[in-house]
Design a binder for this molecule. Sequence first.
Ligand code: SF4
Length: 411
Amino acid sequence: MLHLTDLFKDIETELGIMKDINNFKAVRDLISHWINTRSFIKKNRRKGKKIVGICLPPCDLIYAFQNTLPIFPLRLHLGTFDALSNADISLKNAVNEGEAFGCETDQCVQIRTIYGCILLTKDLMDFWIGPQTCDKQTKIWEIINENFLPVQLVDAPHKTREHDFEKMRDEFDLLFERLVNLTGFRPSDDDLRDSVLMSNEIRSKWWKVYELLKNKVIPIHASTIINILNYGIFDWFSDPQFLKRLLNDLYDEMAEKIDRGDSIVDDKAPRILIAGNGTMEPQLPDIVETLGGIIIAVTMRYEWVYPQVDLNIRGDIRNNIAKHQLEIYHSWRTQPRLRFAKKLIKDFKIDGVIYNSCWGCRRFSPAARLYKDELQEELGIPVLLNDFYMFGEHLDQLKTRVGAFIELLTG
Ligand code: SF4
């Protein structure tokens, strides 16, 4: 029988994720699920399920349509052993593909990657939900709609005034009807409630896993959490029952190792928060660990499973979903996110912040200076500003800068 560790044996064995494959059954299960993503999606499509591409939460609505599966296209693109084990090359291929088909090079790497991944996997999807969280995205979703896949644009108001809520509710109703047309299925309010209950349960299990990282004993490598587990936040890995089991198992295994004092880092290792853009250099977690630090939290991911964003199931469930969606969009504004970063810094005993700025992003990148000034002044937390343009670029420079930052944190 071929084991995962044999499959991956040619890959650089010093990577944190390789060590976690050896040490955690839950991580082996996760990687097995991941490298079977394409065959899993193809199998479900043959059974008549509609595959809905999605790049932002929540997937509560999609799971209410019982013959439908959500998929995050980046996971679909990397969803084979070969693609995952050469992730840096696969991601660059996606960016090149996006640029070759109309994506301007002044777009942020996030859009260039997602667009390329959609182009490379479009034959496995039936529909795309295009959130308009920034003006740069809209143009790309329009190109996809005209040439490749039917798209429903979803506007994303960033404030929570009454008319923003009405707008969000209208957007939600349009999306709902479009999914009814696509699938031929009209979920009842009870179907919506069941889906929301499941999502709430997943979010709470997810947060429990994150909370284990408040301990001094850190049993798992950040690369596993950031480069693999966190991608499930978009689509629940297209299999919520699998995800629930996985989070339970991962929690138990991590808790057991914490009880035994089985840490991957020195308990004096500086604890780092990643803020700013969600797309970052995939090697950053391993670089930080090799240089003696550890990434403990990521604002862009943690806020999606934070318990306060649980959805209310009482009353008008459609209103509740629309309100919840609006709150998520609102939480991405500079001040709410900065407040959340401060909360994480306090709760997870963070020593330093790396602010990840995607080149070309006019939304999150300009806030970098504010974080630097405010976190330093108010909390005495040093902030390293990291400009990110493309995967695998300027790694030596990144190592030098992170090394100097960790030295600063260790005093
Ligand atoms: S990173 Fe910035 S520019 Fe890119 S999609 Fe997000 S908000 Fe838009």
